[in-house]
Design a protein around this ligand. Structure first.
Ligand code: FE2
Ligand code: FE2
Length: 249
């Protein structure tokens, strides 16, 4: 396995690892984003067992010991499995995550106390980069779920939202909604809940110019429409699931 590195926006690097054994033949991609500010931030630590590969990839961009912030969408192995390995090499590094995640997992699981981010909290990274944290509980899964919006470039680091299979180009202007619907059909990875459509539409109000997918390409284009279409599909799916459950009872 190798990590492919692409700069998807000024100062934002996508470190992408394709695992062919997951959902073959297309395989599945894990993306990690390094925001190279004066205070570098890594969004997704990588799986714990993937740490040597990620550390070597990050070392092509910054000295790993300079990492300052470790952030992720929710508490799960591919999002944060290697957080303690990162904190062991980067002694200034601190996990930054929402209140729920800190309370239910990170205050115990992280080797150093995390920085607790309120909904809407902002971290200035320097070199024109700043991220705002937005709570998205249970969306697409995890009580502690949230996203980061890098405000200078308008890049929404949207974690597992729009998950798709395959190993395409780092950047796309093509459709990301159809492949996300197909992956949801295959994996059922989302925690269907009544707040889903409204929360995803709420992200469109940030007016992002780019959607950086954890499992898929980085999309450039009409991000608000893509978020709206995804929200519509989840609304449809939730309605269908409720009807099916009522029919079965
Ligand atoms: Fe996840
Ligand atoms: Fe993920």
């Amino acid at each position: 396995m190798e990590a492919k590195i692409d700069e998807v926006a000024a100062g934002i690097f996508r470190l992408s690892v394709h695992v062919p054994d997951i959902a073959p033949p297309a395989g599945f991609t894990f993306n990690h984003f390094l925001l190279r500010g004066d205070e570098p931030l890594l969004f997704h630590t990588g799986l714990r067992r993937m740490f040597p590969l990620l550390r070597d990839a990050v070392a092509r961009l910054i000295p790993p010991e300079d990492l300052r912030w470790i952030a992720f969408g929710h508490y799960e192995a591919d999002e944060c499995g290697a957080m303690n390995e990162w904190m062991a090499v980067a002694l200034q590094a601190q996990v930054a995550h929402g209140q729920t995640g800190c309370m239910v997992s990170l205050n115990d699981m992280a080797d150093r106390p995390p920085r607790i981010l309120e909904d809407g909290a902002r971290i200035e990274l320097g070199r024109g980069l700043a991220v705002r944290y937005i709570d998205t509980p249970h969306i697409p899964h995890g009580w502690d779920a949230g996203v980061l919006h890098e405000e200078g470039s308008g890049t929404l680091l949207c974690g597992d939202l729009f998950t798709q299979l395959g190993n395409g180009a780092a950047l796309t202007t093509g459709d990301i909604v159809g492949p996300a619907i197909a992956a949801e059909d295959l994996f059922s990875f989302s925690s269907l809940n009544p707040g889903m459509g409204a929360t995803i539409r709420g992200l469109a109000r940030l007016a992002p110019r780019r959607l950086a997918l954890m499992h898929g390409p980085t999309f450039e284009g009409d991000a608000a429409s893509a978020l709206g279409a995804l929200a519509d599909d989840y609304d449809r799916r939730i309605g269908q699931a409720l009807s099916a459950a009522r029919g079965a009872s």
